[in-house]
Design a protein around this ligand. Structure first.
Ligand SMILES: [Zn+2]
Length: 426
């Protein structure tokens, strides 16, 4: 008798869809096969597609509060004139409610785990704990060349890792999140990486997001961001770089050789006119590429199905090849590659992996007829087809309802918070 069984679903196992029963024991998948297994809780998946949970590998979750707040601006102007100003008004409670809203949206669209870099991270951690979702969390640090600030930021980041890593039965992993090579000095980045190595944890950072950033770093330090990071010994298998839009061939080989993971955020990169990352080339070279939405202010959703489709389409048009990136490869980027980037054994329906599972209703007009479920998922999903979500062996979404959160209350709260940010906008 298993704790939970998902019965008769069309499951994504080893890159193929097969009819199978999935047995869960504790927080792990304990059985995948055709035997008639029984569970304390049984979910009928006869009309469902079952996939490993989606991993949103780069978010600023509480930016749900600024969804639709400042639009149609390039990154630098958007950050300096809008976002950084309004973020000064944020309180811990705002971040708590904004994070719950983001989690609600992610769970309902099949995301079981996310990696967040922001402020008031204790509040994000509390929201993660209550909601049942899995998360890799980091305090977003920047020293901006100020030694006092460097010390303070590193202390907040380190305390956060010490206080929260492995909380909620390991559902939270706490890592370091220095903002970017243009807001952090090389000296600060070296100290962050040393701390991360000492505490045996990952580092999550924005790198080479815009052409402006690359030029700025080159002018200031005489080299591109990736080369700078390589020279200071920052890059290794526990380094996760978000964006990586503007890199050359040699930098790509550096990332491969150092076993760095890259988070591709196609919609944010398009919306801020940052550019299109060379994802197919990175993937073909053997770099672990995963997918992220970035913050809700530059996306504007946390629906990873949109990133999946966009990733595929963009690589087809930039390479001029309709066969660039197969549907299956993009689904893996959205699932197992995200878990792998942060050293988690998840993202696969396989014995011994974390029990993070998503059930998707096949009987939807946009999925009909289903010749191959992979094509429905990658090219025809809205995200709202998700019916059930299991995280860490616990059922957290049932028939589209998030069992752990009060959806109406969260929406009312965030609508109420809007007022003070509107004042700042004018
Ligand atoms: Zn970001």
């Amino acid at each position: 008798m298993f704790d939970l069984v998902v019965k008769d679903g069309l499951c994504f196992v080893d890159g193929e869809f097969v009819k199978a029963n999935v047995g869960v024991e504790g927080n792990q998948i304990a059985y995948v096969g055709r035997e008639d297994v029984r569970g304390e809780l049984e979910i009928d998946a006869r009309e469902k597609i079952v996939i490993p949970g989606l991993f949103n590998a780069h978010t600023h979750l509480a930016m749900t509060l600024f969804r639709g707040y400042a639009e149609d601006l390039p990154l630098k102007e958007w950050l300096e004139n809008k976002i950084w100003k309004v973020e000064k008004l944020l309180t811990a409670r705002d971040v708590y409610w904004g994070s719950l809203l983001g989690i609600l949206e992610m769970l309902k669209s099949g995301t079981t785990a996310f990696s967040d870099l922001y402020m008031f991270m204790d509040e994000v951690a509390k929201a993660v704990g209550e909601s049942g979702i899995r998360a890799v969390l980091s305090y977003g640090m920047a020293d901006r060349g100020d030694e006092d600030k460097a010390k303070k930021e590193l202390k907040i980041g380190t305390d956060f890792v010490r206080n929260w890593d492995n909380a909620f039965n390991g559902r939270i992993r706490a890592v370091f999140g220095p903002h970017a090579p243009y807001t952090c000095t090389p000296d600060f980045l070296v100290r962050v990486k040393e701390k991360a190595r000492e505490l045996n944890t990952h580092v999550h950072i924005h790198v080479s997001e815009t052409r402006w950033e690359v030029e700025y770093v080159r002018e200031r330090y005489g080299k591109t961001p990736v080369r700078l990071l390589e020279d200071i010994g920052f890059l290794d298998e526990k380094t996760v770089l978000a964006h990586v839009v503007w890199i050359d061939d040699e930098e790509m080989r550096i990332l491969r050789d150092k076993k760095v993971s890259v988070v591709h955020c196609p919609i944010s990169n398009l919306k801020l006119a940052s550019g299109i990352a060379r994802v197919k080339e990175m993937h073909d070279l053997g770099i672990n590429v995963c997918l992220g939405t970035d913050g809700a202010s530059s996306n504007n959703t946390y629906n990873l199905f949109e990133e999946i489709k966009m990733t595929s389409l963009l690589q087809k048009v930039t390479t001029g090849r309709a066969d660039a990136l197969k549907a299956k490869e993009v689904l893996r980027m959205a699932t197992e590659n995200g878990y792998k980037a942060y050293g988690l054994k998840g993202g696969k329906i396989e014995r011994g992996y974390l029990a993070d599972l998503v059930l998707i209703d096949r009987r939807k007009p946009n999925f009909c007829p289903t010749y191959d479920p992979i094509n429905s998922l990658v090219y025809a999903s809205y995200g709202c087809e998700v019916t059930h979500v299991v995280v860490d062996g616990e059922l957290v979404v049932e028939d589209g309802i998030v069992l752990t959160l009060d959806e109406d209350r969260i929406i009312d709260k965030v609508e109420g918070l809007k007022e003070k940010f509107i004042l700042e906008r004018t």
